[in-house]
Design a protein around this ligand. Structure first.
Ligand code: A2P
Length: 269
């Protein structure tokens, strides 16, 4: 049973992470504590989520050594540049109350209010800063999020370290096949955010029916699907019974059914 993913630098991480996007700071302490209590040891946050403080408090108060928890955070999408990146990283580790991160990602290739605009040079400068933090031992792995093939290729061409991760929206009906193939070729682990399409896949009749066949919930089927496609799911919930449910993935989906799920229509289109 696959328990871990391995980056191209040898760093290992649990095969499921607890996503904290859309969990407000006031709720983050309880949610992350529930996740840790129920066996999640991989927590994904970002400066932009505005919950790092309570994510960090929950981790600190929980009775596990720091090195047994895998913490990811992200450089805000609008921050591009070498010094700006070093500063934002410091803000993040101060918010979290940690002295190193396991994984740090460029949140997006462009600011959220200018999706699709070209920031290649800024991304390269940010990446160089992240390489420095990595080489200084402040981060165990570095990566990107929401990057296309050409966004990643620009970093590979201009910099020394190939990203260890690309974190992208990935769910049943939205499998980003070309990007997956590109990442696989470069040994880049794909992390699946919104593995339930923020909950929207759960009402699909096809998904409901197949879940019944496997004796699992639609959420479990959708999260397991990510693993079948070799992506690392980051489900989010603030409800304990769902947090537990989402990590119980001890079944496999047949290749034929994976094919069927690949062909499901995108709920968000
Ligand atoms: P809640 O946080 O209220 O439990 P995604 O991981 O794709 O972003 O989806 C998260 C959304 O799906 C949230 O609205 C979350 O609601 C809901 N959700 C998460 N897990 C489950 C589950 N097992 N069953 C039903 N809804 C879920």
């Amino acid at each position: 049973k696959e328990k871990t993913f391995v980056f191209h630098n040898g760093v290992e991480l649990p095969n499921i992470g607890f996503g904290t996007w859309q969990i407000p700071n006031e709720e983050a302490y309880a949610a992350v504590t529930m996740a840790l209590k129920n066996g999640y040891t991989h927590i994904d946050t970002a400066l932009a989520y505005k919950n790092e403080e309570n994510v960090g408090k929950a981790i600190k108060d929980f009775d596990l050594p720091r090195e047994e928890i895998f913490i990811t955070s992200k450089l805000p999408a609008q921050i591009k540049g070498y010094n700006e990146t070093l500063e934002a990283f410091n803000t993040t580790i101060t918010n979290l109350g940690v002295d190193y991160l396991d994984l740090y990602l460029i949140h997006a290739p462009w600011p959220w209010d200018a999706i699709g605009t070209d920031h290649t040079e800024g991304n390269i400068q940010s990446w160089k800063a992240m390489e420095k933090l990595y080489n200084d031992g402040k981060i165990r792995a570095i990566g990107v999020s929401n990057f296309t093939e050409s966004d990643i290729q620009a970093l590979i061409d201009a910099c020394d370290i190939v990203p260890m991760v690309n974190q992208i929206p990935f769910y049943v009906g939205h499998d980003q096949e070309d990007l997956l193939t590109f990442c696989e070729k470069h040994n880049i682990v794909v992390e699946a955010y919104s593995p339930l399409a923020t909950g929207q896949t759960l009402n699909s009749p096809e998904i409901k029916e197949m879940a019944k066949k496997y004796g699992v919930t639609p959420a479990q089927l959708c999260i397991r699907y990510c693993l079948e496609r070799k992506t690392l799911p980051l489900p989010k919930s603030t409800h304990e019974e769902r947090i537990i449910e989402n990590s119980q993935l001890d079944f496999t989906i047949s290749p034929e059914d994976v094919e069927k799920l690949n062909a499901v229509e995108d709920v968000r289109k």
